[in-house]
Design a protein around this ligand. Sequence first.
Ligand code: NIG
Ligand code: FE
Length: 430
Amino acid sequence: MNSMNSGPETTNSPPATAAPATANNTVAATATVITNIASLVTNDPSLGWGSPRSSTFESGGGSPLGLIQDAAVVIEGDRIAWIGETSKAPATDNRVDAGGRAVIPGFVDSHSHLVFAGDRTAEFNARMSGQPYAAGGIRTTVAATRAATDEALEANLTRYLREALRQGTTTFETKSGYGLTVEDEARALRIAAAHTDEVTYLGAHIVSPDYADDPAGYVDLVTGPMLDACAPYARWIDVFCEKGAFDGDQARAILTAGKARGLHPRIHANQLTYGPGVQLAVELDAASADHCTHLTQQDVDALASGDTVATLLPGAEFSTRAEWPDARRLLDAGVTVALSTDCNPGSSFTSSVPFCIALAVRDMGMTPDEALWSATAGGAAALRRTDIGRLTPGARADLALLDAPSHVHLAYRPGVPLVSAVWRRGERVA
Ligand code: NIG
Ligand code: FE
């Protein structure tokens, strides 16, 4: 049987035959070791390329990925306990033979909108027949979401989470933004918070239809009673800063109010048009400016000067038939770039990070190594996390086994379901 086509082989070796762990690689016998990994992405350049253990794998020098060839990983509890070459791996009770396939960190999808109900097939169909995308389509999902029960919203959320997990996503951020009343926004966040720590309050997605004639009144609601009800469930606050949604002054007021309540800003910026969002993000030390499709040189310079990550969401450009964000320009300027799905029923109805990687490589000027880094370590940076997005001792044991010898295949074989096993917090989950 060709192991490239099969699932990983798991064996439980009897303790009597297990070799004792050496002083350098002591791990509990109950740990799991994954061996025979053709190419392991650690995202720590000091562990792979450039170090004595360096690999000359086809990606070559200069890679940020810290690749180790013929590698092994030891998982103990919910953490990575050891990484190195298979020949030096400590013995453990549980052994998984990767059979010459690649292992990567689980994807960190730092931008999604998964608490929603309903469907916008007709809008997509019209768009693919020539209609432009506009922020107003969000209202359709708001109406459906308000009408849905808590159970229906949660069932929909878990459906897309399972779908994402099967495709290698082990951490996801998700937002409110389809409720736009105090009760409906708080409910969305409460449901999201049961499934992830990375929850974002997006009461400022669009001006609620109930406030169509009073946008200032809606900003007062978002920064007042709605913020009070939502802050307990959220880590982040977000605004859609765009024509048809919120302008720079409104966005500043909303993010500043959130900061005062202990929420950290992130922002939908410069998606459909040029605008103030990116520079505001840097000014407020937002963790991330998301979309970044229309950027002036000042926007790029601002991103390069601060700690704000540029999160690119090519699923949105794909599904709205829009111009691609220029990842190459940002990377060449020294900006930290993340790559995420923006999964939502309007502008980007994909939960697939591999699909976004393929688009970023084909159409946005990213190398396969850069795209993989951005979808893992980049996503972690956009969430200001250092415990995920990397496979180094002490990091969370979130990883994916690919049915391919290298991560390059994620772009080389677009549309093919290459993720063949997933561990999250050390547990085999898919
Ligand atoms: O990120 N840009 C604003 N929000 C979403 C779209 C939401 C929708 O169309 O329902 C986005 O693309
Ligand atoms: Fe979005």
